[in-house]
Ligand binder design. Structure first.
Ligand code: FAQ
Length: 325
């Protein structure tokens, strides 16, 4: 792998290679780990896939908060399964990133030192059981809207990981909506709780798609390379158009007085999120940034004995193998 990387760096500026690479992308061919790729393509993928993997892992925390407090045994089992699925998604994605020549230890180090991000949404707290409904409905709903197109992304291992992830995210979204339905058909207090969850999580969910297109740094190049299939605003619009009728069905109101169907564009007009809040959360100043990162760092420290044990076991086996030769 290292030799291959050195070789690819030496040929980075070769216009013929770059042209042939772009032609493969334009022809919808998949790029596989051993294929030549521009360094920028490789780095962008590590950034996006790594950030995505971290989001799945950190994303377990707001829901993990409610496993011990789920209202019934059935709800607890469903939530537990969902949170375990998210761990699995993180693992597929770390594996996909590793095929690009970065190690899992390096990815964790970058998360823990703040050099790599995870989705802004997970820096908000989950205050009531209704938040479990709203996270499934809105957060998984937004994740699916973004990830279904990524099944066609140009990098083979990422596209294939997305296929399974999307199937599981659909189940997650349905279970979230099911919780919202129960709450909305329940007592006045339960419906109020559901409305409160929607009020708090609506704009953070819209932020999941990233800054508006005019402020997106990576979209243009990532779309040319088919690392991203849509712009941030395109997906945000699709999400609003899909979600507003679902809120209406629940009898809930979306907390946006500018929300209005626009016949001409065939979609809703809606208020932009507060982008200063978004950038502030990215800088580490969201309500839960410190708590989330500290929890992950603690988990890494707590797992040190497992890693050390496994390395010692592998070393022992290696010595035994050499001795037997
Ligand atoms: N949060 O130039 P762009 C899930 C950063 S999975 C934090 O537009 P790009 C499952 C961006 O990194 C959710 N940072 O960036 C689940 C860049 O900064 P950088 C995660 C954000 O990459 C559900 C800067 O802003 N999904 O939820 C965010 O082209 C329930 C400029 O932005 C994925 O990761 C943000 N929201 O577009 C788990 C999907 N938005 O890196 C548990 C794959 C932007 O230069 C419970 N990723 N930034 O320092 C993508 O599609 C893209 O990376 C975007 C951002 C669309 C997120």
């Amino acid at each position: 792998m290292y030799a291959q990387m050195i070789k690819s760096e030496a040929t980075q500026d070769d216009p013929a290679l770059l042209e042939a690479f772009q032609a493969r992308i334009d022809d919808n061919q998949k790029i596989e780990p051993k294929d030549w790729m521009p360094e920028g393509y490789r780095k962008t993928l590590i950034r996006q896939i790594g950030q995505h993997a971290h989001s799945e892992i950190v994303g377990q925390l707001p829901e993990g908060n409610w496993i011990t407090r789920a209202p019934t045994l059935e709800r607890k089992a469903i939530l537990l399964a969902k949170v375990q699925d998210e761990a699995g998604h993180g693992l597929y994605l770390y594996c996909a990133a590793e095929t690009l020549g970065v190690s899992r230890d390096e990815l964790f180090e970058m998360l823990h030192s703040g050099r790599m991000k995870y989705s802004s949404i997970f820096n908000y707290p989950t205050l009531t059981w209704a938040d479990m409904g709203a996270v499934g409905w809105l957060v998984d709903g937004a994740a699916i809207m973004n990830q279904v197109p990524l099944q066609r992304t140009s990098y083979g291992p990422y596209a294939r990981a997305m296929v399974r992830i999307c199937k599981e995210e659909s189940f997650h979204q349905r279970q979230g909506y099911d919780i919202m339905m129960k709450m909305c058909k329940g007592t006045d207090a339960q419906k109020k709780m559901a409305q409160d969850a929607l009020n708090r999580l609506w704009y953070p969910s819209l932020m999941m798609f990233g800054p508006s297109d005019k402020d997106s740094v990576h979209s243009e190049q990532s779309m040319a390379w088919k690392i991203k299939m849509n712009t941030n605003d395109e997906l945000r619009q699709k999400f609003v158009d899909q979600t507003v009728p679902q809120a209406e069905y629940l009898g809930l109101s979306v907390p946006d007085e500018n929300l209005k169907w626009n016949e001409e564009k065939g979609g809703y007009d809606f208020s932009e999120p507060d982008w200063s809040e978004f950038y502030d959360v990215l800088k580490g100043n969201g309500p839960c940034n410190t708590e989330r990162l500290n929890t992950r760092k603690q988990a890494w420290a707590d797992g040190a004995w497992v890693r050390e044990g496994m390395l010692a076991h592998a070393a022992k086996k290696r010595i035994a193998k050499v001795a037997a030769q």
